[in-house]
Design a protein. Structure first.
Lengths: 109, 117
């Protein structure tokens, strides 16, 4: 049981827009801690996509965007491409002094 | 170029010990907190432990507290994870990650730890 809740799977056709939700609580996302998003292609290490709720590291396409409201956050991917097919994880920090992850969402394009 | 390279994984019997290492380059290692994150086969990411830049602050997940010890050697640009009293449920790929706002902006390729008799 993950501390942050994500849908197990989402899907979309090439060119479409999808979003992935991440629901936490008042002790993590709702406490003001930033939310980060990672993309993981099976068999490889996670890659940082979004940090601090809505910031993109250098090299991440602007098709990826993040937002946060209250105790939830969301990752949006527009202009879906076949290469976006991967697992996506949200992550934050909890007042219990622990790093917390979502259970992951499998994106099918 | 930032590089993190884990080593030390392998097959170990339940109750045994392993020491993982993470050799880092391409950034000022001594200025950043570091993290260990693991991923059991077919499962999601699980945070294991974090250590501050000067080792003053160390945190563990409840699942490993009392059994695992994180440490670092800033002179050698290296991060370590001593794992004792290993259990089958500790079987996972272990990643080291450079900290960014309690997350990880750079990750190693991972090292597989298998606990089995």
């Amino acid at each position: 049981q993950s501390v942050l809740t994500q849908p197990p799977s989402v899907s979309g056709a090439p060119g479409q827009r999808v979003s992935i939700s991440c629901t936490g609580s008042r002790s993590n996302i709702g406490a003001g801690y930033g939310v980060h998003w990672y993309q993981q292609v099976p068999g490889t290490a996670p890659k940082l996509l979004i940090y601090g709720n809505s910031n993109r590291p250098s090299g991440v396409p602007d098709r990826f965007s993040g937002s946060k409201s209250g105790t939830s956050a969301s990752l949006a991917i527009s202009g879906l491409q076949a290469e976006d097919e991967a697992d996506y994880y949200c992550q934050s920090y909890d007042s219990s002094q622990s790093v917390v992850f979502g259970g992951g969402t499998k994106l099918t394009v | 170029e930032v590089q993190l390279v884990e080593s030390g994984g392998g097959l170990v019997k339940p109750g045994g010990s392993l020491r993982l290492s993470c050799a880092d380059s391409g950034f000022t290692f001594s200025a950043f907190s570091m993290n260990w994150v693991r991923q059991a086969p077919g499962k999601g990411l699980e945070w294991v432990s974090s250590i501050s830049s000067d080792s003053d602050f160390i945190y563990y997940a409840d699942s490993v507290k009392g059994r695992f010890t994180i440490s670092r050697d800033n002179a050698k640009n290296s991060l370590y994870l001593q794992m004792n009293s290993l259990r089958a449920e500790d079987t996972a790929v272990y990643y080291c990650a450079k900290d960014l706002l309690h997350g990880g902006d750079y990750w190693g390729q991972g090292t597989l730890v298998t606990v089995s008799s």
